[in-house]
Structure formats: C-alpha cells, structure tokens
Design a protein around this ligand. Structure first.
Ligand SMILES: NC(=O)c1ccc[n+]([C@@H]2O[C@H](COP(=O)([O-])OP(=O)(O)OC[C@H]3O[C@@H](n4cnc5c(N)ncnc54)[C@H](O)[C@@H]3O)[C@@H](O)[C@H]2O)c1
Length: 327
C-alpha cells in the first residue's frame, strides 16, 4: 500500500520503519527546514539517534508530492501542529481514504478531539486512531508492542490492523474511537503528575496512587462523554497510562520531573525540545471536565502547577487533604 506519514518526528519515523519492513511504499512529509535537517544528518533524527530511516522511505516537504497516489495517511504531528498543518492535506482526505491518527492530544482552539477536528476539515475520509503503550524508541527496535486501532468504521480498523501488524507489533481493533482517543490524550497529563511525584522524591506507593486514581478520573470523564468504560481498562487506557508514568522514554514524565526540581515551564519545554503533549492537553482536559461536570482533581492540580505558578509540593498536599471519600 502507498502510505504517507504527515509529521516525521520520532513517532512518524518509528512507524515508517515498521511499515517499510511490512512491505509498504512509505513517504514521510514534514516542514522544509526539518526535512533538510534529516537529509543532512544522514536520515537520522536526533531524538532517535540509533535509527536510520530506510532508503526506501521517500522524504518530502511538498504536500502535493506527499499526497498524490497515497492510499492511506498517517497523521503523526504534534497535536498543536494539527490545526496549522492538516488543512493543507484535507482535500486529499477523501471518502475512499483511511486517515490514521497516531497523535495524542486534544484540539485546543476548538476544544474537540483530534479525530473530530480531522473529520471536520476532511473530505469524508474514514478515521482510525492507533493508540496504546508504544514508545517510538522501542517500536523502532522491534521490541514486542501491542496497540489498538479504534474506529467507528469496522472495516477501516481492520485494514489498519492488517497494514500495521507484524511479528513484533500486535494490533487489536476497537469500535470505541472516543474512549481510545481520550485515554491516549489524558494519560499524558497524569504522566506529568507521575514525573512530579518522582522529582519530589516520593515513592512507588505515590506513583501507583496516581496511576490508579488517574485512570479513575479519565474513565469518569470518558463515560460522561459517551465512551465504553471497558476501553479504559485496555491498552489505550491503563496500558498507555502505565507505560507513560513509569518509562524513562516518556517526555511527559521527564517534564514533570524537571518541574518538581524547580524548573520553570518554559525552561522545561526548552530542555526537552520535542512535543510534551500533557502540557498542551491539560487546559482542554479541564474544560472538558467542567463541561461534563466531572471531578478531575489530578488534572486540576496539574493545571495550577503549569499555568498558575502553584508549587508541585503544595499541589500534592492539596490532593492528599481533599474531602474524605469512598473509593
Ligand atoms: N514519540 C513517541 O513515542 C510517540 C508514541 C505514540 C504517540 N506519539 C504521539 O505522536 C505525536 C508526535 O510525537 P513525536 O514524538 O513524533 O513528536 P516530535 O516532537 O518528535 O515531532 C513532532 C514534530 O516536531 C518536528 N521535529 C521533530 N524532530 C525534530 C528535530 N530534531 N528538529 C526539528 N524539528 C523536529 C517535526 O516537525 C515533527 O513533525 C504526539 O502527539 C505524540 O503524543 C508519540
């Protein structure tokens, strides 16, 4: 199949390697300065230094070259870049095409999910979210990974399952696009909290509490929005939350860790360099919670730390001092 990946950062590159290995004709599109940088660096991205993009993968910064002839699109942009970049491709997102969204986040300006945004700007394509515990660094090395292709269109989810599956990449399908997307977007906010907890020197008890209470609040919001509760116990929910809160590869965990050590938000983002989606998602997650009248204490405290200058220590203290409750 001819597949174009829009957004060729760490995740786009890791998926390109997998798809090329599976025998597909892959094109990677990104902005001119970055494509030029990849070419100059011998087809290597500095965040994935051990991975050389295979010669069979075509690199381009030209939308029409990237889109012409593509049978499937994979959107691997940071969530912030989707609103600025996806519209230039939207005329190519026609009814017979499948658009696979692998970005994790929410659309800040319109306050909607990324698949809703793509569906609004597209020309009727089928949309699938491919999401779950899947660090680029590990997928690129062929480390066994499992993931979910979620779509309201069963046939499109099955096509994505067939195209991406390999001996080291096992793809399940799910009809719950909303639940899968919300799990993938919101786990990054909880991962910031897990990084803060580790940065403050707290222990495994605290992290287990954040993961468990974190999935509880994500599930509450998801159900209020119409998702299936069981989705949050699966790969795109608990699975992704565990990997993001416990892995050395997680940028959101690292960002939380730096914030806990007293770095400002700007210094933290500059230090990490690449997309820290939890920061982009936190505000929108909170407004979703307010709209659906759902209690999300961890998300609330993370917003205070990120945007109101609250100290991470005070945020933890306030979470511990909340009104006593039944679990
Ligand atoms: N990285 C992962 O392991 C992973 C896994 C699953 C989902 N995702 C999601 O996929 C989306 C994209 O994530 P990502 O990790 O690919 O982000 P990224 O920061 O690596 O890339 C995002 C964009 O940043 C630019 N960029 C990347 N590397 C650059 C460099 N070295 N120099 C200059 N510009 C550069 C490119 O324009 C690229 O499209 C996010 O929504 C993320 O949550 C990432």
């Amino acid at each position: 199949m001819k597949i174009t990946i829009i957004g060729f950062g760490s995740w786009g590159i890791a998926l390109a390697c997998l798809l090329a290995e599976n025998g597909h004709a892959v094109t990677g599109w990104d902005n001119p300065a970055y494509i030029e940088k990849l070419r100059k660096n011998g087809r290597v991205n500095e965040y994935l230094p051990k991975v050389v993009i295979p010669e069979s993968v075509r690199l381009t910064d030209d939308v029409s070259e990237a889109a012409t002839g593509a049978e499937m699109f994979v959107v691997a942009l940071s969530s912030k870049a989707i609103a600025t970049t996806a519209p230039s491709f939207s005329e190519h997102f026609t009814a017979e095409k499948t658009v696979v969204i692998v970005s994790k986040g929410l659309e800040e300006t319109r306050q909607i999910r990324l698949s809703q945004y793509l569906s609004e700007v597209s020309a009727g394509c089928k949309i699938v979210a491919l999401t779950g515990p899947s660090h680029a660094e590990e997928v690129a090395q062929g480390i066994p990974t499992t993931i979910v292709a979620a779509s309201e269109c069963e046939e499109a989810a099955k096509t994505v399952q067939t195209v991406f599956s390999s001996e080291s990449f096992r793809v399940y399908t799910s009809p719950d696009l909303l639940g899968a997307e919300m799990g993938g977007a919101l786990k990054n906010v909880i991962a910031l909290a897990a990084g803060i907890s580790d940065g403050l020197g707290f222990g495994d008890n605290t992290k287990a509490a954040l993961i468990t209470r974190g999935i509880a609040e994500i599930t509450r919001l998801g159900i209020a929005m119409g998702a299936n509760a069981q989705t949050f116990a699966g790969l795109s929910g608990t699975g992704d939350l565990i990997v993001t809160c416990t892995s050395q590869h997680s940028r959101n965990w690292r960002a939380g860790n730096l914030l806990a050590k007293g770095n400002s938000l700007d210094a933290t983002l500059a230090e990490i360099g690449a997309a820290v989606e939890g920061v982009n998602t936190a505000k929108t997650a909170l407004s979703f919670a307010k709209k659906h009248d759902v209690d999300m204490p961890i998300v609330e405290e993370i917003n205070r730390v990120l945007f109101e200058g609250k100290s991470p220590k005070a945020a933890v203290a306030d979470l511990m001092r909340r009104e006593k409750k039944e679990e």
